[in-house]
Design a protein around this ligand. Structure first.
Ligand code: ZN
Ligand code: ZN
Length: 262
């Protein structure tokens, strides 16, 4: 499996010389393996993603529909190439409601064109259909996360490899067993570490976790690697550099255009 980070910023794109190292694009992750291209969320980083050719099965999985997870969708020119058949799905909504949600966000009050009408080649699928669609080399599971309006995390297994995407989650001790069970044996876990532990004290109900909570989960699990993402908009490069000393081996901060083999 190859993972590429296209957007690691939380809430809003933050272009500036002070965020150039880790990146300014909102959430978008890409996983490639054995004829599959799985895209997690379409924040502003989605505009830089190259959709694979027609021999590759392409799937966009939405964790939820906050603007920083969908805002990049119309800015990827490949998406409007009708040779690119592609499936959109989310555990948070039926295929119908996913389509309706994107249609209302990208409609004339907020956006110049009715974008979804240009996507007749896109299949908006109920996630239960993807279970049936799953092949021996592709297994998809999901888990409800703690986030205003709801959010889901995903687990993709392929052969001996396992990848977990847990973005936009306010971690509570009550989730501990379920999360530990979900990520057990994972080769890579994406973790929402928008806040530091100190900041988190004032951010109850915002729907995000801390860097330190990610480290505790990593240290108490058998997972091989973790990428901490959804960096707060005010988290400048030098602050992330200073926080590096907290990270145990196997844990790193997400960076736009970072690619890792899993
Ligand atoms: Zn977010
Ligand atoms: Zn959110």
């Amino acid at each position: 499996m190859k993972l590429t980070v296209h957007g690691c910023r939380g809430s809003v794109p933050t272009p500036s010389p002070y965020t150039a190292k880790y990146g300014s694009h909102t959430t978008c992750f890409e996983l490639r393996f054995n004829g599959y291209q799985i895209i997690f969320d379409t924040g502003s980083g989605f505009q830089n993603l190259i959709l694979a050719d027609s021999t590759v099965e392409k799937l966009i999985l939405y964790s939820h529909f906050h603007h920083d997870h969908i805002q990049g969708l119309p800015f990827n020119a490949d998406l409007f190439d009708h040779d690119h058949s592609i499936t959109f799905s989310s555990a948070l909504a039926s295929g119908y409601h996913l389509r309706q949600t994107l249609k209302s966000y990208f409609s004339k009050e907020y956006f110049p064109i009715d974008m979804v009408s240009k996507l007749s080649h896109v299949l908006f699928a109920d996630i239960s259909l993807l279970k049936a669609w799953a092949k021996p080399d592709f297994h998809l599971e999901w888990i409800a996360l703690e986030h205003p309006g709801g959010c889901f995390g995903y687990r993709i297994s392929h052969g001996q490899k396992m990848f977990c995407y847990l973005c936009d989650n306010e971690f509570h001790d009550t989730q501990l067993d379920a999360i530990m069970d979900f990520i057990k044996g994972a080769d890579m876990v994406i973790w929402d570490g928008m806040f530091t532990g100190q900041e988190l004290a004032d951010k109850t109900g915002w729907g995000h976790s801390s860097i330190e909570q990610g480290i505790v989960v990593f240290n108490n699990s058998d997972i091989s690697a973790m990428i901490i993402t959804h960096h707060a908009p005010l988290r400048l490069d030098h602050m992330l550099d200073n926080l590096q000393s907290l990270l145990p081996e196997g844990v790193q901060f997400a960076k736009d255009q970072l690619s890792v083999l899993i």
